[in-house]
Design a protein around this ligand. Sequence first.
Ligand SMILES: CC(C)(COP(=O)(O)OP(=O)(O)OC[C@H]1O[C@@H](n2cnc3c(N)ncnc32)[C@H](O)[C@@H]1OP(=O)(O)O)[C@@H](O)C(=O)NCCC(=O)NCCS
Length: 183
Amino acid sequence: MSDIVVDPDISLRPYTPEHAELLSPLLEANRAYLEPWVRLPGLVADVESYRNVLSELQERQSRGEVGGGSIVYRGELVGDVNFDGGFWASTGHAVGISYWITEKFQGRGIVTRACERVVTLAFETPGIAKVELSAAAHNKRSRRIIERLGFRLDGVLRSELKRRDDLHDLAVYSMLRPEWLAR
Ligand SMILES: CC(C)(COP(=O)(O)OP(=O)(O)OC[C@H]1O[C@@H](n2cnc3c(N)ncnc32)[C@H](O)[C@@H]1OP(=O)(O)O)[C@@H](O)C(=O)NCCC(=O)NCCS
């Protein structure tokens, strides 16, 4: 599987367990910054557990259940964006998207552009009629990305998200295939 080109600066590298050596130090350096917002730090404790996560993603990507990959910005691995048919939705016609980028590379429009490509990829997948994006209600940066991409707010689920011992409201957005094609 080759890289998915987003633009001349950004591409998405399909999952492979070999990337654990590069991604694990990145996660460690950004653990405190990522922990309040994404599940990954809770799933990955060391290189070995990262390898297992990537191995499972690789397998699921080869079956078409997952799309996207690690974000490469000007040749450097800086984050991740993927769509996943199994995480939020189990109906077969909808996928959820999740993303993160290292603190250093925030604010350059990288996730907005990468996520836009992944939404298109999701809708190119036969049978996918809906893409869901959700963020903690107080995750303003993430919600601005979702809104910039034109997603519609379906609602706010109260105390839906558990991070460490805290419960947070979750803002849930969606995009339907005809809406995306008509943008
Ligand atoms: C939330 C997060 C993904 C944002 O990523 P990011 O790459 O900084 O997002 P972007 O750069 O695309 O957008 C941020 C800003 O950059 C600006 N920007 C700069 N250059 C841009 C460009 N070329 N194109 C689009 N936007 C650009 C945007 O306008 C935006 O500004 P605003 O938020 O003040 O409106 C990142 O902060 C992160 O990983 N946080 C921790 C994990 C997390 O919260 N994940 C999401 C869980 S739901």
